[in-house]
Design a protein around this ligand. Structure first.
Ligand code: ZN
Length: 138
């Protein structure tokens, strides 16, 4: 299975990159800074942070920033994503889980990390029956 290829060292490296990305979070309203690091099948890593907005509905999560950066660079297959907040486990929201599902089915490893703990799950654990159209054109 795909996820068995991911070592503890790689997981810790992704967490470290997610932690760095959290430093760039723009979260003046919630003060909840999140970073994400997404690893592609080829081993490249794309990071993201949450970006809030005075018009709250325009806020975007760190996970989707990382995924959209990767997709816009032509990536389509992902192995793992680490999501980091300093103190509180940053479980992804429903919207991010669905965006992850679009490109990974349930296979992707999702690492939820703080400075004190980490949970290692699959996307299927977080979103057991995600929505996906049967046919896509690209
Ligand atoms: Zn989200």
């Amino acid at each position: 299975m795909l996820n068995q290829k991911i070592s503890d060292e790689l997981i810790n490296n992704l967490i470290a990159q997610a932690k760095c990305a959290a430093n760039n979070a723009y979260a003046p309203f919630s003060k909840f800074k999140v970073g994400a690091a997404l690893m592609t099948k080829s081993g490249k890593v794309y990071t993201g942070c949450n970006i809030e907005n005075s018009s709250y509905g325009l806020t975007i999560c760190a996970e989707r920033v990382a995924i959209f950066k990767a997709i816009s660079e032509g990536e389509r297959e992902f192995i793992a994503m680490a999501i980091y907040n300093k103190e509180e486990k940053p479980y992804p929201c429903g919207a991010c889980r669905q965006v992850m599902f679009e490109f990974n089915g349930g296979d992707m490893l999702v690492i939820i990390a703080t400075d004190h703990s980490k949970d290692v799950l699959t996307l299927a654990d977080l979103l057991p029956k995600g929505f996906k159209l049967a046919k896509t054109n690209c």
